[in-house]
Design a protein. Structure first.
Length: 124
């Protein structure tokens, strides 16, 4: 279990840092491992945060066109329904901004302000 907790505690922040630095694809393996570790430790918000960041990576890659964007939107809707407030929800909103729409940006800015975490806007 110690390795699982370490995977969650280190994988999500490292994956986020790489995304903010414009090197999101480098964080894919870390985030996949963190998501699995979060599931193993029943850390729902961490699993949602990792999944949101993986969706962000997929959207940035731009593979799959409209069908991929629709799948990403459905995944973010699912994750958004599982999170309310907190960093995990902000990560869902961060990925959602890549789908466009002024509401997405405004929602993220509000969440970032509430969390006092302006760094979550880096790399967008």
């Amino acid at each position: 279990m110690g390795a699982d907790i370490e995977g969650v505690m280190m994988g999500v922040p490292r994956g986020l840092a790489l995304a903010m630095l414009g090197r999101a694809e480098e964080g894919r393996v870390l985030l996949e491992e963190a998501g699995a570790a979060a599931g193993a430790t029943r850390a729902g918000p961490a699993a949602a945060g990792a999944a949101a960041l993986l969706t962000e990576i997929d959207l940035r890659a731009g593979n799959g066109g409209a069908q991929r964007r629709d799948a990403a939107r459905a995944e973010l809707d699912r994750l958004g329904s599982q999170t309310r407030g907190g960093v995990a929800h902000a990560l869902v909103l961060r990925a959602r901004t890549l789908l466009g729409g002024e509401d997405a940006v405004a929602d993220l800015r509000r969440a970032v302000s509430d969390l006092r975490a302006p760094g979550l806007l880096m790399g967008l």
